[in-house]
Design a protein around this ligand. Structure first.
Ligand code: FMN
Length: 305
């Protein structure tokens, strides 16, 4: 059977399909549907130092080929995460990535430092820094739209943690390669892209934006060509591994991202439509490798002509 295993800098994943932050809870939401251990890795919803209640409802709108959300990073906060969620996530038997978000650099650093103290630093496999949330006045995208702020943040977290660092980039910039290089220079091990694209939905009869926050983040099939282009550019322009995210609905989409240069992918919105999508995707990836006569999925990475 061909191998789906991939290396991502210092990480070894049994397959290239990770669950994207915010679309999977902390694993417990998926348990009725499948064993969260089947993913190459799981990434929890963004955690902040203090609990956040999130934005007013409605927080989600369906749009043509996509979904607009403005959750506002609702989460139980760092202490409750450590106590109530992390132990369960550790039992899933796959790579465990904790996604962190902060209003200030110090908040990211504090969470990274405190994770080093849990179980001698062995409680998690990697940190993903959300520097790309479009739904927060501060601390989300503010870092990820500026190369200097990106580099400083990654450097400071790097100094506080021995864990591999994934920097999650926003697509809402004019030159993503400059931000990606700044994260690389700051010491990131992996670049993950993209987060959602800022968008808007209007109920014209009411003359109102549908989301109380007015704008939201667009995800789903609508963004796949946009994310794919950014992943291709960043993979060519940087030296560290890239994880592709954006509108992946099936195994063909995964292969497109790998051929563009991603070494692994994350799936998000598809899980609201088909919670067991990862199982179909993994089966189809095996079949594709057999059809292509390949031993390893890594042989596909970056093969675009
Ligand atoms: C409802 C929802 C909540 C999300 N929450 C987070 C979050 O807390 N942190 C984060 O880094 N990304 C978050 N994202 C972004 C996803 O992780 C992913 O980058 C994005 O949805 C694009 O992938 P997709 O098209 O496969 O969904 C969220 C996305 C959705 C749809």
């Amino acid at each position: 059977m061909p191998s789906l295993a991939v290396t991502l800098g210092p990480l070894r994943a049994k397959n290239p399909v990770f669950s994207a932050s915010g679309t999977f809870g902390y694993g417990e939401e998926m348990e009725p549907f499948l064993n969260p251990g089947v993913y190459g890795g799981i990434i929890g919803k963004s955690i902040s130092i203090k609990p956040r209640g999130g934005n007013p409802t409605p927080r989600v709108v369906e749009t043509a080929s996509g979904m607009l959300n403005s959750i506002g990073l609702q989460n139980p906060g760092f202490d409750a995460f450590l106590r109530d969620y992390l132990p369960r996530m550790r039992g899933y038997g796959t790579l465990l990535v904790v996604n962190l978000v902060g209003d200030t650099v110090d908040e990211y650093v504090e969470m990274a430092r405190r994770l080093e103290e849990v179980e001698g630093g062995e409680a998690v496999d990697a940190l993903e820094l959300n520097i790309s949330c479009p739904n927060c006045p501060q601390g989300g995208m503010e870092f990820g739209i500026d190369p200097k702020a990106t580099r400083l943040l990654v450097e400071r977290v790097r100094a506080a943690s021995r864990k591999p660092i994934l920097a999650k980039l926003t697509p809402n910039v004019t030159d993503i390669v400059s931000i990606a290089r700044a994260a690389e220079d700051g010491g990131a091990d992996v670049l993950t892209l993209t987060n959602t694209f800022v968008g808007m939905a209007i109920d014209w009869r009411k003359r109102q934006a549908i989301l109380p926050a007015r704008t939201g983040g667009l995800s789903g099939p609508a963004i796949k060509p946009l994310s794919l282009r950014l992943v291709w550019q960043v993979a060519r322009g940087c030296n560290i591994p890239v994880m592709g995210i954006g509108g992946i609905m099936n195994a063909d989409d995964v292969m497109d991202f790998l051929v563009a240069g991603a070494r692994a992918v994350q799936i998000g919105t598809v899980q609201f439509v088909r919670p067991r999508a990862v199982l179909e995707i993994l089966e189809d990836l095996h079949r594709f490798l057999e059809e292509e006569g390949l031993d390893s999925i890594e042989q596909v990475v970056g093969t675009i002509k």
